[in-house]
Design a protein around this ligand. Structure first.
Ligand code: PHB
Ligand code: FE
Length: 329
């Protein structure tokens, strides 16, 4: 038997015949066919189911490569250096490292983002929404048919003051066509009572955060709801599986505010399993800076993700100046 490896020049798929463009970034070459994304790199090739690939790609693009590492699976991923970005094969995989098959290239973040955006746009067919729960979207398979730019170019809505205050965004309601998600029918819709002093009616406001977030039509997409200095509180609705294994470069806090998520925690460098964390409503967890995690939400749930945006942190964790966990018990 002879071992074969794809080079970056020969085609791996019938992607062109199926209507899909091929993309390159440095010596990486990306092709898609009916069911798979194919990734060729010097010395080897890799495959991922196309739906899983597009869901991961969607997050990497929308989050500007996020904090630290976005592992698309146990082999392929990106590391954000906040200006440049590494695209790697096998870097956090013991087998690839032992076999000396790790491959990595560094890009200007804006250049790789452009390739990723174009790939996402070309490879996402009509009817498939990479941000939607699997039960709320069509599938990603088959020859190229149409596109879904509306879904992949979604922008987070930015409020100027506070949602619902005069001059800012209207509060989401059923009447505006933003109903509570089918799995959040149990979420309380009570409106808080506000008793403002006369003259302060346009300054004082409150809304029901559970009701507000329960109208989100995307999954696994933290959106900033409060930004105070480096403290970023991000709410998100979760259903099915987080499409990436996130290897953070800092400690990250999770607050489960309804229902339940099960987290697989693995060692960030090797991928060895470390813990299974079951978070029920009200649970709070600090995810260490040296792990990677993937969450499973059997029923749609609401999670608060708390990130520290201090740009000195990655270096202070990687140098060992800070312990990878926040508290010594
Ligand atoms: C995470 O990797 O910490 C993460 C990403 C997306 C989410 C929730 C958590 O929706
Ligand atoms: Fe994370």
């Amino acid at each position: 038997m002879t071992a074969t490896t794809a080079t970056t020049t020969e085609s791996m798929t019938k992607g062109a015949e199926l209507g899909y463009k091929t993309f390159t970034a440095g010596k990486f070459r990306f092709e898609r066919d009916e069911y798979f994304a194919h990734i060729a790199f010097p010395g080897g090739r890799h495959m991922m189911p196309i739906d899983a690939f597009l869901r991961a790609l969607m997050r990497d693009v929308a989050w500007g490569f996020f904090y630290g590492t976005v592992n698309f699976d146990a082999v392929l991923g990106t590391i954000n250096h906040y200006g440049t970005v590494d695209l790697f094969i096998g870097l956090f995989n013991e087998g690839f490292k032992a076999a000396k098959r790790v491959y990595l290239e560094t890009f200007e973040a804006k250049d790789l983002k452009k390739v990723f955006e174009e790939m996402l746009a070309d490879w996402t067919n009509e009817g498939f929404d990479p941000f939607a729960a699997p039960d709320e979207t069509g599938n990603a398979y088959g020859p190229k048919h149409g596109s879904n730019l509306k879904a992949i170019k979604r922008e987070r809505i930015v409020s100027k003051r506070m949602v619902g205050l005069p001059g800012d965004l209207p509060y989401r309601t059923d009447a505006q066509g933003q109903p509570q998600n089918r799995q959040f029918k149990d979420v309380n819709k009570d409106v808080p009572e506000v008793h403002a002093e006369p003259g302060f009616e346009s300054e004082v406001h409150a809304f029901n955060m559970f009701d507000y977030v329960s109208r989100s039509d995307v999954t696994w997409n933290p959106s900033v709801v409060s930004n105070v200095k480096d403290s970023q509180i991000c709410a998100t609705t979760e259903e099915y599986i987080l499409p990436i294994f996130h290897g953070n470069d800092r400690v990250e806090w999770f607050i489960q505010i309804c229902d339940e998520i099960v987290w697989d925690i693995e060692d960030g460098a090797t991928g060895r399993p470390r813990a299974k964390v079951i978070m029920k409503a009200g649970d709070v967890a600090a995810m260490p800076a040296d792990i990677r995690h993937k969450g499973y939400s059997p029923k749609r749930s609401i999670l608060i993700v708390w990130e520290n945006n201090d740009s000195t942190l990655p270096q202070r964790y990687s140098s060992g100046e800070l312990t990878p966990y926040p508290v010594e018990f």
